[in-house]
Design a protein around this ligand. Sequence first.
Ligand code: XMP
Length: 515
Amino acid sequence: MAEKQYVLILDYGSQYTQLIARRIREAGVYSEIHPCHKASEAFDKHVPSAIVLSGGPASVYDAEAPQLDVSILGHGIPILGICYGLQVLSYSLGGVVESASEREYGRAILSTVDSASKLLAGVGIGTQVWMSHGDKVITAPMGFRSAATTSDTDFTVIENPEKKIYGVQFHPEVAHTPEGRTIINNFLFRIAGLKPTWSMSSFIESTVEEIRQAVGDAHVVAALSGGVDSSVMVALLHRAIGDQLHPIFVNNGLLRKDEAAEVRGIFCHHLGIDVDCVDAADRFLERLAGVIDPEVKRKIIGEEFIRVFEEESARFENVKFLAQGTLYPDVIESVSFKGGPSATIKSHHNVGGLPERMHLNLVEPLRELFKDEVRELGLELGLPEVMIWRHPFPGPGLAVRILGEVTRERIELLQEADAIAIAEIRNAGLYRDIWQAFVVLLPVKSVGVMGDERTYEHVAALRAVESTDGMTADWFKIPHDVLGVISNRIINEVRGINRIVYDISSKPPSTIEWE
Ligand code: XMP
């Protein structure tokens, strides 16, 4: 990353921090989020071209309020403080922040705008901005002036153009501030003088070069699951190192209907990438026989996967790296202010424990990207839309969607039912609006009647949720007529299921998967 211009976002704990990074990248400038108390470490790694201080839940008067590391001010680097970022900036530079008893939340209108302000070029009086703050600045620091006001706040925007330091009380990164993009772009281009050079094609070019440098003539193994992240990771690595990459696709027998054939078809035929496809279904199903405890199922599947993967990798020579599809949200250190700033690093290993066990170094070419950027990258690399937009699928596969014992017969029942549900959801044009939809086979039988005959067969549940990251989710309101078609088709076409129920639970308190 040596010469890359980038914007350093110091995170003070706002729920919108990732949105700031997204907006800046959408403007064509690379951005990174670092915890506010690690500013100098970020500087040591790479001096930023501009800095944004995020919002946050604290008040500058709290005993453990996160502070501004003023050493970052001495470099002449343009700075934009947002909400708490504005307050901590003002407070640190000698301004006065008033601790308000009530929060100002929601819509506000700019009642004055300084037409000379570079930050507000193109933003007029009457513009809507989105507020979410308690404290406010009542006296700006020396050398700063107010560039905009609202009826409640005299220092809605402050600036010191000579030092290129700016602050806004509202949130320009949210959609409810319609001119937010204009303001962010003004900061990036008019004030910081950056160029919009960050794009997927430039990312591919520089990442391909970095991978080649890092890998040299060594070989790399990668677990290809057929999900978006691992598929894009494999396509990108193949672009960089060609046959030095050995993608391994393990069919554990717990995949969706036709999934193994589809993945093989896309990679081998469409992309011309030689994937090592291992049919290990028997091994997995033998070990799962008689197991009903969800945690034991997961453990068995995880262990068996590692064994198969190790065995396969051993077939290739000079393997020194394992590639993983880790994304940016998994590597951002999130800041928690309960009891002062503390960093919690989410450690997320897609292939748990493998790198240490196999003495391999990691290659994670997607670790700078958000999910929608990964999708864009995948399209640019020639992956088909069906793969790019495929719903997430858990590692343990259908084993956690068959409650009770996993048998071949039950897997087939579930695959058929699930394929019908997904086909009808696609037919109704709902597939992309839904985060994840699937069928769960319940360990319950119920009585039905078909023709003149009494039946006693499985109950299956349909689950569909909306979510942005899988951490929280709400049940998706599939129209009743679509639910009717799905239920009719499954009951009529899948022998062994005679009743469908619809799961209307949110996460929390439920989870997305049933096991
Ligand atoms: P839950 O059920 O915890 O799922 O609400 C949240 C998201 O994670 C997926 N999931 C998994 N993914 N290995 C995975 O790779 C797993 O063991 C696993 N368990 C759940 C789930 O499908 C949902 O998208």
